[in-house]
Design a protein around this ligand. Sequence first.
Ligand code: ATP
Ligand code: MG
Length: 226
Amino acid sequence: MSFADGPVARLGVMGGTFDPIHHGHLVTAEEALWQFGLDRVVFVPTGRPWMKSDREVAEAEDRYLMTVIATSANPWFTVSRMEIERDGPTYTVDTLDAVREEVGDECSLFFITGADAILDIFQWKDPEDVLSRAHFIAATRPGYDIARFEREAPTRHPNISVMDIPALAISSSDIRRRVAAGEPIRYLVPEGVQTYIVKAGLYRSPGVYGDTGGRKDGGSEVTWSR
Ligand code: ATP
Ligand code: MG
């Protein structure tokens, strides 16, 4: 497995469920690429996410394909199958160790997250342990309490940077809810991702994906794609 066609000195790693991938993810990765002078960003869709065990998550293969579709036009973005091919839950430390294995000791690793997700990382592990493996870039995210982030995350640590990005109040949960409710998602996700969602019939049943609290059976026939 390789992340690039040549040597990479500074690699960004963007982990996520990507259920589905949306423009918030893409802008975050692009800004990190630019602001931190990265050579590449590798998107790593999770296998079975341990944080989200309370709801159904779309098939890993669907999430992987949507991530490939969304990133294919950007020569500096790649997608890795390493997590979806591994059994069991995904932990950031394991992902970073696997990436390190691929790229060797000389490469600088940057783990890109939203300010919400970085707190989850520090909640379960010794921060020093995680922080020794990469430089963490925490992107500002609308609707998220940055004061809480500054209180609870070790923001003064030399291996953490807060990154301001053009605010996009887009989330995968809202996209799933919209699809189930028959609302538009055009311009929230890349066109190819929208097409894939319709083709594969993803997110149609309210409740199955856990965000609408509705019934768990019966797909509503939606006519949202125009
Ligand atoms: P969900 O609503 O299902 O949690 P999500 O939109 O948060 O989905 P994830 O796959 O959970 O997407 O997120 C992957 C990474 O991208 C996380 O680090 C998250 O904080 C970050 N991220 C997601 N959306 C945005 C956004 N709009 N702006 C900045 N960062 C984002
Ligand atoms: Mg999330």
